[in-house]
Design a protein around this ligand. Structure first.
Ligand SMILES: Nc1ncnc2c1ncn2[C@@H]1O[C@H](COP(=O)(O)OP(=O)(O)OP(=O)(O)O)[C@@H](O)[C@H]1O
Ligand SMILES: [Mg+2]
Length: 261
């Protein structure tokens, strides 16, 4: 059975095309201002990569904040369920998922099948999210993908005391002016995100078997800082940014199989 999952996030739109348990193709593009356009483009590109056309696909599920803007989807499922199912696909031992995306962060507890048991979410402000890191990377004249490497050069972490993005940015500006080495500032920012996320995780209660998903999991500095804060090992799947879309494609298969029974 061929299924697809489309995750229309605040920053990235991700599409995954699967044949049963196998990923045939995936695409990550910027969401931009029109969710519907991004969804269509990501799906089209993923189909092209897989050498398929829309008619070959048995079921499509949309997820993410823009999931209602995907006219070609058969149904919509929340990101929480999709990240749960997607993470379980990578490892059946996962019980706690930490998803940090562009706009929010979530901690999700799942059972062995990837069914959601409980979750907590921070979507009140940019602090502790990918957006926070994007603002700071720009201020530090670094690409978002360079932050992890920069962190590795640090001997210690600079103190960033404000949790608010706007105030933290001012702190970064004064740290630069004081001549604090850039890697130390980067590590300080990663510590700040880790502290905030660990607070959320500890409120929910951490179960062993932790996996990080979402684009920020590509930043090894954040993963390390969070692992230290939690005192737990954190697994990162090969492409953490597509876990939501992958979970959607897997849920599409289960739903479609039930319908055709
Ligand atoms: N190569 C990379 N290295 C490090 N960080 C990255 C990389 N690519 C993306 N990111 C981070 O991932 C974030 C986007 O994550 P993601 O695509 O999961 O968000 P989203 O799903 O669009 O947002 P949300 O789930 O909040 O709606 C960016 O803000 C950035 O911080
Ligand atoms: Mg997301």
């Amino acid at each position: 059975m061929i299924t697809a999952g489309i995750d229309v996030g605040s920053l990235s739109t991700d599409a995954v095309v699967m044949q049963d348990d196998q990923v045939l193709a995936y695409v990550i593009i910027n969401t931009g201002v029109k969710a519907q356009t991004a969804a269509g483009r990501a799906f089209g590109q993923a189909l092209e990569q897989a050498g398929l056309t829309e008619g070959d696909v048995d079921a499509v599920i949309a997820t993410g904040y823009g999931r209602m803007s995907v006219p070609f989807a058969n149904s919509q499922v929340t990101e929480i369920s999709c990240h749960g199912r997607g993470a379980a696909f990578f490892s059946p031992d996962v019980r706690t998922i930490i998803d940090i995306g562009g706009q929010d962060s979530k901690v999700i507890r799942v059972d062995a099948q990837g069914n959601v048991v409980d979750f907590l979410m921070n979507d009140k402000c940019a602090a502790g999210t990918g957006r926070f890191l994007e603002v700071m990377a720009q201020r530090l004249e670094l690409g978002i993908e360079q932050l992890g490497q920069e962190d590795l050069q640090a001997g210690r972490a600079a103190q960033i005391s404000s949790m608010c993005t706007v105030f933290a940015e001012s702190e970064v500006v004064s740290l630069i002016a004081q001549g604090v080495p850039r890697p130390e500032i980067v590590r300080g920012l990663h510590h700040s995100i880790a502290e905030r996320t660990a607070g959320l995780a500890n409120r929910l209660g951490l179960a062993n078997g932790v996996m990080m998903t979402g684009g920020v999991a590509k930043n090894q500095g954040v993963v390390r800082a969070l692992s230290e804060q939690l005192g737990a090992k954190i697994a990162v799947p090969p492409e953490p940014q597509i876990v939501g879309a992958l979970g959607a494609a897997l849920i599409a298969r289960r739903k479609h199989a039930q319908q055709s029974e």
